[in-house]
Ligand binder design. Structure first.
Ligand code: ZN
Length: 459
């Protein structure tokens, strides 16, 4: 069925125009003024509202066995939460561990999403070891449309790769023209510092940050950059959390290394005092890299505004209160994650655009367009143009609310951003021309989401 979105202010990177968007067969076919529609077309009046391209979360975990348990969302719950928050595409980390077969892991992750997700999705394929069959398996996975890898410099003996494996992964990625995303923390230092703190009887969640200090992340970021420099591969630092690591990435960028930077919502809005709250309240705010000293937030916002932080994701990874309590006797056993798939766009709009830290152009770029370009989804996703998928967010800037676990759709019993104000939210969200959300309610078709096949684009 045809869809006409009338009289909105259409916001894309580099342009803001008032007009109408006409959609046929999942695709935008016309943009202009006073467009006509057949009598049976669905009409949405966007007067007084902004119209954004569907937002893209480049870093989520939906299915995830981790630290003796499983993240709580399924693609049913995670995709609905994403859509209500304006995210129409997410890229999930496919994370088999070192003992798993990579190809079997890839099929397992795909099977969890297929027919279940209400939004479109893609994967970053984790490379958690590099053995004889790795190259041929990764070639198959890239040929299947998964044109980005993930490596962990942290999580020794589980997800983590050593320097030799990192080199082999980057060298192959360069040949395959695939971008490599990386979790940058020095695994050896984390393991040593954890042991030292535990021996001293320092077991609470407030010791998580001191066990992986800023210098440990800066080292990982710098080392990843050096490996990119010497292999010629293209890289992307995930969830960069602090000024020291930012400096390492930007130093590399300034000498021509092909390195891109993602930060995530928790690091922009929360600081380490949240993880220092007593008991389980602190545990709810444990993720890696950890929440940092507050002065880092200004550095991240400034770099984001300038475009030297490319994207904002979430690292969405919900563990509930009971699961967080697995770490009650030792912070090293707290499942890591601060979910935010539903809150990302609204909190970024409120605390970025509304508070004057980000202009609208950079907001759309960081939350949608840049990720589409880096990960081979552009211009199908990440913009509003004739021929693009009709993933559209009609945004109500007059909405006022607060983040509350009671109202959330993510499968979790708390919200790390509880009580934060929201000034704006999507009033209509479409996925390939179908209305999936209206005013905070899912009204669409479950299982509509498709896996997005992506071509390698990094030369
Ligand atoms: Zn992650």
């Amino acid at each position: 069925m045809a869809l006409l979105i009338r009289n909105g202010e259409i916001v894309t990177v580099g342009a803001r125009v008032h007009g109408d968007i006409y959609v046929e067969n999942e695709t935008i076919t016309q943009i202009g003024k006073n467009l006509e529609a057949p009598p049976d077309a669905e009409i949405i009046d966007a007067t007084g509202k902004l119209v954004f391209p569907g937002f893209i979360d480049p870093h989520v975990h939906i299915y995830l066995p981790f630290m003796a348990t499983f993240a709580k969302d399924t693609h049913e719950t995670g995709s609905i939460a994403a859509l209500i928050g304006g995210t129409t595409t997410y890229i999930e980390m496919c994370c088999p561990n070192r003992n798993d077969d990579a190809l079997e892991g890839y099929q397992l992750w795909k099977s969890k999403a297929e027919g279940k997700s209400a939004c479109d999705y893609a994967f970053h394929m984790s490379v958690t070891k590099f053995v004889k069959e790795t190259e041929s398996q990764l070639r198959q996975i890239v040929a299947d449309g998964t044109a980005s890898f993930k490596i962990f410099l942290a999580y020794k003996n589980f997800f983590g790769v050593d320097d030799g494996e990192m080199y082999q992964t980057l060298e192959l990625a360069k040949r395959l023209r695939v971008i490599v995303t990386a979790h940058c923390e020095n695994a050896e230092l984390v393991a040593r510092l954890q042991q030292k703190l535990l021996v001293e009887g320092k077991t609470g969640p407030e010791w998580h940050e001191p066990s992986r200090p800023e210098s440990v992340e800066a080292e990982g970021t710098g080392r990843f950059a050096t490996f990119l420099e010497n292999t010629g591969a293209t890289g992307y630092v995930v969830h960069l959390s602090c000024e020291k690591a930012l400096r390492a990435a930007l130093d590399a960028k300034s000498r021509g290394v092909k390195i891109h930077v993602e930060s995530v919502l928790p690091h922009l809005l929360l600081d380490k005092s949240y993880a220092e709250r007593p008991g389980v309240e602190g545990m709810k705010h444990v993720m890696s890299p950890p929440l940092r000293a507050k002065h880092n937030q200004a550095a991240l916002w400034n770099a984001l505004a300038a475009g030297s932080i490319d994207t904002i994701g979430t690292d969405h990874c919900p563990f509930d209160t009971e699961q967080k309590l697995l770490g009650k006797d030792s912070f090293v056993n707290i499942p890591n994650g601060i979910p935010g798939i539903e809150e990302r766009v609204n909190l970024l709009y409120t605390h970025g655009v509304k508070r004057g830290r980000l202009d609208l152009d950079r907001f759309v770029d960081a939350a949608s367009t840049r990720a589409a370009k880096l990960f081979g989804l552009f211009p199908r996703k990440g913009t509003i143009a004739v021929g693009s998928d009709a993933d559209l967010v009609v945004y109500d800037t007059n909405y006022r609310g607060v983040v509350s676990a009671k109202a959330q759709h993510t499968n979790n019993d708390y919200n790390g951003f509880e009580g934060m104000p929201i000034e704006g939210r999507p009033s209509v969200v479409t996925v390939r021309g179908k209305v999936q959300v209206r005013d905070g309610k899912f009204v669409g078709e479950r299982g509509r989401g498709k896996m997005l096949k992506r071509e390698p684009t990094h030369f």
